[in-house]
Design a protein around this ligand. Structure first.
Ligand SMILES: [Zn+2]
Length: 266
């Protein structure tokens, strides 16, 4: 049997899975057997094309991606690489196909995949604990930080209240010095502060989606930004003002139960 484009088409579209696998094995063997430098480029390009075509049946595209994976190299024009890259980056593609594409890329060009792994917005390609046919919603770095900002603006009103409470508390403590209940107030402060720290630690690890406690998994660095410069004083009278700006690191985390992503700041 001659290997040509028609044979490749037949192998990829065969209704019988076993027959298809057998023919695909033959094509792979033909492409991988030396010596014919450059002469199989056209076949690899053709298979890559079929993998990338959204009009094709999903099963056919899976077979094509799998074939590129098994061939494990690219043509001179980098056609396999570019099609696989487009598939893995296209969030409208089924996640299962994107996973297959990125796995094939890892064989063809591993250094590329290593770089993709560092990008927070691509972590759905590498976080494989989710159900690929029913994945949790994606969350980009930008949307993640926007969510934090929105939450902060909703709880903004609480800060003046806390400041007022602390001020009142300090005044109360000051005036109760020497009174019989002074120690009681100090004990109250200790309970309050430890309670507050414990609660904030517990709630920081709570999943915003399924609301389960201790759900947060390891932090994955996603990016950082600097807060606006804030004046904290000046270097003596007439001196230049001193400003501080804080570096904030953002991390992407996931729920260990429902695998929902969210961001935390440090
Ligand atoms: Zn959850």
């Amino acid at each position: 049997m001659m290997i040509d484009d028609t044979y490749i088409e037949t192998a990829l579209t065969a209704g019988d899975q076993a027959e298809s696998s057998k023919q695909i094995e033959k094509i792979i063997e033909f492409i991988k057997t030396p010596p014919k430098p450059g002469r199989t480029d056209h076949f690899i390009e053709n298979i890559a094309c079929i993998a990338g075509l959204k009009e094709r049946k999903l099963e056919v595209r899976f077979r094509a991606v799998d074939m590129l994976h098994k061939i494990g190299r690219d043509d001179a024009m980098g056609k396999a690489w570019s099609y696989l890259h487009i598939i893995s980056n296209d969030t409208s593609e089924p996640l299962r196909l994107r996973w297959a594409a990125v796995d094939a890329l890892r064989v063809i060009k591993p250094e590329d995949v290593e770089n993709m792994e560092k990008l927070p917005d691509m972590d759905d390609l590498f976080y494989r604990a989710v159900d690929p046919d029913n994945p949790p919603p994606r969350l980009s770095y930008h949307d993640g930080l926007a969510k934090i900002a929105e939450k902060q603006s909703r709880t903004m009103f609480i800060y003046p209240l806390i400041a007022l409470f602390i001020f009142g508390g300090i005044m109360g403590t000051y005036f109760s010095y020497g009174k019989w209940f002074f120690q009681l107030i100090i004990a109250g402060w200790i309970v309050l502060v430890t309670g507050f720290i414990a609660l904030s630690l517990v709630f920081a690890r709570r999943c915003p989606n399924c609301k389960r406690f201790f759900a947060r998994q390891s932090l994955k660095y996603a990016g950082s930004y600097n807060t606006p410069a804030r004046p904290i004083g000046s270097l003596g009278p007439g001196g230049s003002p001193v400003q501080v700006s804080q570096r904030v690191d953002a991390y992407k985390v996931r729920c260990r139960y429902c695998h929902h992503p969210w961001f935390v700041l440090r």
